[in-house]
Design a protein around this ligand. Structure first.
Ligand code: SAM
Length: 246
């Protein structure tokens, strides 16, 4: 349940160092503020620890990353961009973490997979705790759970209010990538993004020219499953517009 989910009170307090250890910045000792109070004072014990800094920000997020196929395929195509998978299931998150560790070890000499990480999170609740406004360049929503029954629609990962959160964490010009094999869910996602004033659909020609689209179709675990069953895949990309001037 959410009680066991760990999330920072704000993005500035998020410690990314364990996810991206190769990006940790060695800060000189004198940069550390001297403790204002004696070691044992209660004020000091309650003060939050300053997170270790890393030299880049996460710019690509995979919402509900599952077993991590998209993350692993994207990582070498954008080697200097930090990519993060967010997944709610504990065992699946652990699996992806182990997968990344193994790939890093195997490809140590080539510096590969250092830019990819995974985090257990409920993205329907805590997205703005992890990312600052306009931090992200790309958000992937690949084969989200369809929640077929009408009374379950509120659990869908695309909705008017969630789209506002995606708009908040995405920079103007940033893109939300969606793909599903469920026609009704595709329609739902299209309707909700079309209705949102901060998104516009990316034209098909531009969509098909984007290398991330091919990766999303073929490298996600669900995409592979749909392929095996010779199913259809429905893609829609939405660009985050500039904030309107008041
Ligand atoms: N994107 C992957 C793919 O294409 O192969 C996995 C798709 S799977 C059908 C949907 C995933 O989203 C599951 O792994 C599920 O645990 C995860 N998920 C569902 N709700 C979530 C939430 N609120 N926050 C994070 N992950 C979630």
């Amino acid at each position: 349940s959410d009680h066991q989910l760990i999330y920072p009170p704000s993005p500035d307090q998020m410690d990314w160092s364990s996810l991206y250890p190769h990006y940790v910045v060695d800060e000189p000792q004198e940069d550390q503020p001297a403790p204002a109070e004696p070691e044992s004072s209660p004020e000091r014990d309650l003060a939050p620890l300053r997170p270790k800094r890393i030299s880049a920000d996460v710019e690509v997020a995979d919402i509900g990353c599952g077993f991590g196929g998209l993350l692993i395929a994207l990582a070498p195509t954008m080697p200097s961009t930090l990519i993060l998978g967010l997944e709610i299931r504990v065992s699946v998150t652990q699996f992806v973490e182990d997968r990344i560790k193994a790939l890093r070890a195997q490809n140590d000499a080539a510096d590969l997979y250092r830019n990819v990480g995974v985090l257990r999170a409920n993205t329907m609740k805590f997205l703005p705790n992890f990312f600052r406004k306009a931090q992200l360049a790309k958000i992937f929503i690949c084969f989200p759970d369809p929640h077929f029954k009408t009374r379950k629609h509120k659990q869908r990962i695309v909705s008017t209010s969630l789209n506002s959160e995606y708009a908040y964490v995405l920079r103007p010009g940033g893109i939300v990538y969606t793909i599903t094999d469920v026609p009704d869910l595709h329609e739902w996602m299209v309707q909700h993004f079309e209705a949102h004033p901060l998104f516009e659909r990316v034209p098909e020609e531009e969509q098909e020219a984007d290398p991330c689209v091919a990766i999303m179709r073929t490298e996600t675990e669900e995409g592979k499953k749909v392929e095996r069953h010779k199913g259809q895949k429905y893609v829609a990309l939405y660009r985050r517009l500039e904030d309107p001037e008041w």
